[in-house]
Structure formats: C-alpha cells, structure tokens
Ligand binder design. Structure first.
Ligand code: NOJ
Ligand code: CA
Length: 594
C-alpha cells in the first residue's frame, strides 16, 4: 500500500498559475482527421459537411477548439499533406462554401477552428512545381524548390546522401524538357512532396498570402506541419542517418516479451532524438519565418495562434519555437513518447514546464494523433507505451482491456496538467488502433517506400464509429469506408456511450467540465513527492494543481488518498475500505482537497 500524507500536500509549486488569456494557453483542442470523421455524401471519405453535421458531439464533449488536418486541394498521395492548391478545398471534402458553413457553425457553438498549413513541401502537382519541371536549371521557377545538379559522371548520383522520412532516398532525378536526364529535387517525405526553397523571398511572400487568405475567412489559427524542417543547413552537408518522424527509441511491435524484459533503458544509439537530428532539422533560420508569421497574425483581432509540429526532442530547443515573438504553441512530442513509468513521466513533465515556462509559454500535452499508434493500443503492448510504426496482424497484439484501462488513466493525468491539451478524434470513445488491416488496403506512403518494413499509420486513421447499428457504424449512410473498420467497434460507437456513466465518452466529458470548473489549464503544479510513501511508491505519481490532487497509480499496489479528499472523477473503479479511498493499479483520480 502507498499513501499520501497530509503534510506532503503543502509542497510549494514548481510551476505557478499562468494567465487565463489568451485562450490557447489552456485550450483543449480536438484534432479532426477529415477523411475519417463523418461522411455526408456517402462516398466513403469524410468531408466538411460531415464535420458540420457532427459538431454538436464536440460541443457536448466540451472541447474549446478543433484542428482540422488538411482538406486542401491535393492528389492525396500523403492523405492531403501534399497540397496542390493552398487556397482551394479538395472536391473530396467539399468546397469553400462548405468550409465557411463549417466555420460559422463551429463559432456559433463556441469552438475555435485551427487549420493545417503545410509549408515545408507542396504536392508535385502544385502549379509552381509543374512550372519548375518545365523550366530550365537555374531558372526562377526552379529556385522555388530545392533543385541541385547530381554528383558523379553526368550527375547520375544524388547531390547528397539524405534519406526520406518515409524511406528511400530524399532526392529524385527529373527529365529535362529535351528528354535528357536532369537535375535532382529534394523531398524529405514522398517523391510527390518536393521541398520548397525557404531562402527564396517569393516562397515567404506566397505563404504570408496563404495565411491571410484563411485568416480573412475567420480561422483562429494554424497547425504548422514540419515546422522544424523548412530551412536546411548551408551547403546541404551529407547525413546518411535513417530518418524518422517518431524517435527511434521505439520497440517494434513484434518484439518477443523475453527480449523486452529488463530493457527499460534505451540504448545510447536508439535514444529519442535519433532520426530527428541532422542538417535538415531545427536550423536556427526557421525562427525568422515564425517571427514574420507572428507579425501577420498580430494584424488580426481575437488572438489567432500558431501551433508548431516540430519533432525536436530537446525541450529547450523546442521551447525556442514559442518565444513571445514566434509561435504560440508547439506539440510536446517528448510527452507523447514518454514511457509508462512514473519517474520518466515526472521528469518529462518537470522538464516541459521548466523549458516552456522559461520563455513564458504554456506547455502542450498530447497522447495521440494521426501519425502514431493510438494510445489505447500503445499502452496495451507488452511494453506499455512503446512506439511501433504501426501494428500489423502478425505482430504481437495489444491487450485491448489493459490498454484502455491505462489510456483512461493516462488521459486523466494529462488533462490535470496546466497548459493546453490535444485530443485525437476517437480517443474520447476509447478507440483502439486497427491492428489487422490487410496490406492491400493500406495507403500510407511510408508502408510503400519501406516495402512494408514499416506498417505505417493507417491503423490510427480508420473512420470512427458513431452508431452501433448503422452502416459503417454511422460514418455515413452507405456503409462505404476508405479503410475498413474492424469487427468489434460496435461497443465504441458514440451514441452507445452517451449517458452511460462508465463510458469513456462520459469520462472525457466529466474531465473537461471539471478541468474548466477548477481552472486546471491555467493552474499550477506541485509534485507530491516526499508524500508518496510505501514500498511501491515508485509506481505512482501525484501532484497538486490548485485545489485538486491528481494521482496516477501506474502499476503499483493501491495508493490511499488522504482523509478528507473528495473524489471528483476517476478513470476506473476505486476501492473504499474503512473510510479510506484507494486508487488501484492502472487508475488515476482527481480529488478535491478540503
Ligand atoms: C507531419 C504530418 O503529421 C504527417 O501526417 C505528414 O505525413 C508529414 N508531416 C509530411 O507532411
Ligand atoms: Ca464524402
């Protein structure tokens, strides 16, 4: 048994209450993946009218804002992260009128709206890239992208040895207008996603116009894709390390349990940070871009915001993106990739609050998104919280029940932290990853470019269930679905969870209501460290935020709450014995201090 003593609750906070304004300092932001949220026209792909029709779900849930992954015109080679026209809606998702209607409805419901900006690269179908292909080497058209002559005889070798994040090399050779083998262009991702040349003022001016286009329509901000990649080191020096969006400390899903046991310290050469370092990432020059964008947003009223997607693992480097004249938020991937381990969790939270606090910014917190295995499944793996690049049918399968139990506890812990939190569509339903998609339906370019060595991200992108008894679980009326939904998702359907006090949806709803009531997002944090006493104390973590005690018992013997603490919400059943409330393993609780 582990107990929390009264005296330990009086520890001074390591992080003090932040300002209540602007909204992004404490907002809970819900990520909508438009292809998979709701499909109004029944073609099997989610769309903007579908989103509008389901916004009441989000109001009921109680989030403050939504972030939409790309819905812009795109050949969809990377699910829309390959944009061919930044100012147009792809017909798959609707049109600009549909966008305006969605935005209007969201605002009526009190939801702010953030859209996704993809500035590191465009689609190869973008008019500028097509013009660059048609133009000659050295032309202004080619100067908008990263064209270089090849090395070796006849330029037949790529300009350097960089690798693509999706596998294979990061360069593709073009054929010149006269039919001869020509220059090479850089693509840190798929060959259909050529990198822009951000040293070119024309590119900078173009994106400022794109920002204004959406700001004028009324969006509340932008999530900035690959925010750490736009500037490359001078001379493009060689760097042949494998690239990875997710740090390579991952444990492959199929790793047998006996190889994992006792291996809780990552090896030096696989520590997080690997795969995200090199002359293409986190160059100082990116910050000038965000300073300029900060000035663009400042021309508009109502606290518009930028949220950077920068896979930078050094939290102090990460905090540079949110200095007061740059972006407002940046995703905390160190938190997302943290292990299911009390000490590690404490360290990551402390370091995050220190690093972001030192530049006056709030921390963000996130557990799931469209690029990683859903946390309800990650936390059900043999090593809970390990980060495989997708899970396939012949990999070790997550334990669904344990995963969900841990996921509910992990989210209760996260939403108790001061700062802003991101939720990924479906996690409020307790949705697991689809771990048995057949290879012939997969769409992730990472799967194809690695020839299947990486399972990829399709498993977290499956259309979400709304209604247990409708076709495609209510995703649409036709039963079409761009990725098949697994059998067994009936129980996760939203309408089956509404009003059920044990459902994950109602848990999320209570958390979001109480988080507002107790102002946890703008609160403070004091670890209850010395106060966690007992043999198993290292398996638990607890902090006080304002008048709320947050306790997470990861895997230990029960933790008893101090007398007089009134339970506000818990992620699972608590044990009450002789007037003492105990928090069992894989359970978290918020309790009001008397
Ligand atoms: C990060 C996005 O989240 C991911 O989905 C995309 O594939 C890459 N950036 C490339 O745009
Ligand atoms: Ca559709």
């Amino acid at each position: 048994m582990t107990s929390i003593s009264q005296s330990a609750l009086a520890t001074a906070p390591i992080y003090e209450a932040g300002p209540k304004d602007p909204w992004w300092r404490h907002a809970v932001i819900y990520q909508i993946y438009p292809r998979s949220f709701a499909d109004a026209n029944g073609d099997g792909i989610g769309d903007l009218p579908g989103i509008t029709s389901r916004l009441d779900h989000l109001q009921k849930l109680g989030v403050d804002a939504i972030w939409l992954s790309p819905f812009f015109q795109s050949p969809q080679k990377d699910a829309g992260y390959d944009v061919s026209d930044y100012r147009a809606v792809d017909p798959l998702f609707g049109d600009l009128d549909d966008f305006d209607a969605m935005l209007k409805r969201a605002h009526e419901l009190g939801l702010r709206v953030i859209v996704d900006l993809v500035p590191n690269h465009s689609s190869d179908q973008h008019e500028w890239f097509q013009a660059a292909l048609a133009a000659a080497p050295g032309s202004p058209e080619r100067e908008r992208y990263m064209f270089r002559d090849g090395k070796g005889a006849n330029g037949s070798q790529p300009p350097n040895d960089w690798k693509s994040v999706f596998g294979g090399r990061a360069w593709t050779r073009v054929t010149e207008a006269d039919g001869s083998p020509g220059q090479w262009y850089l693509h840190l991702f798929d060959s259909s996603q050529p990198d822009f040349n951000w040293e070119n003022p024309e590119v900078r001016a173009y994106f400022e116009d794109v920002l204004r286009f959406w700001l004028d329509r009324g969006v509340d901000g932008f999530r900035v894709d690959v925010a750490h990649g736009m500037i490359k080191a001078d001379g493009l020096p060689d760097w042949d390390a494998e690239q990875a969006m997710i740090a390579k400390g991952d444990t492959p899903a199929g790793t047998p349990l006996e190889e994992l046991e006792g291996d809780d310290e990552p090896d030096e050469d696989t520590a997080p940070g690997d795969g995200n370092e090199g002359p293409m990432w986190d160059q100082d020059g990116v910050h000038d871009i965000y300073r300029a964008w900060n000035r663009v947003l400042a021309d508009y009223p109502d606290d518009r915001a930028l949220a950077g997607e920068a896979w930078v693992h050094d939290l102090e480097r990460m905090a540079r993106y949110v200095r007061s004249d740059e972006m407002q938020q940046t995703f905390n991937f160190s938190y997302l990739t943290s292990k299911w381990d009390a000490q590690h969790l404490r360290e990551v939270v402390t370091e995050s609050l220190d690093a972001f606090g030192s530049v006056g910014a709030p921390s963000t917190w996130v557990l799931s998104n469209h690029d990683v295995v859903r946390h309800a499944s990650r936390l059900g793996l043999p090593v809970p919280g390990s980060l495989p690049k997708g899970i396939a049918a012949d990999d070790a399968q997550p334990d669904e029940r344990l995963g969900l139990q841990r996921a509910r506890a992990a989210t209760l812990f996260m939403l108790g932290l001061p700062g802003s939190s991101y939720l990924y569509q479906g996690e409020e339903l307790g949705l697991p990853e689809h771990t048995s998609l057949p290879d012939d339906v997969r769409q992730d370019p990472g799967f194809f470019r690695t020839k299947g060595a990486e399972t990829g991200r399709d498993g977290c992108r499956v259309p979400i269930p709304w209604d247990p008894d409708a076709p495609a679980y209510g995703f649409n009326e036709t039963g079409e679905s761009w990725l098949p939904q697994p059998a067994g998702w009936r129980k996760y359907a939203a309408s089956a969870q509404y009003g059920d006090p044990h459902s994950t949806f109602e848990l999320y709803r209570s958390m979001l209501r109480l988080r507002k009531e107790h102002e946890l997002g703008t609160g403070s944090l004091a670890w209850v460290e010395a106060g966690l006493e007992g043999a198993d104390a290292q398996n638990s973590v607890a902090f006080v935020n304002g008048d709320v005690l947050v306790v997470l018992n990861l895997e230990g013997t029960p933790v008893s709450l101090p007398k007089g603490a009134e339970v506000l919400v818990s992620s699972g059943e608590l044990e009450i014995k002789d007037d003492v409330t105990n928090v069992p393993a894989r359970t978290a609780v918020w309790a009001k201090l008397g």
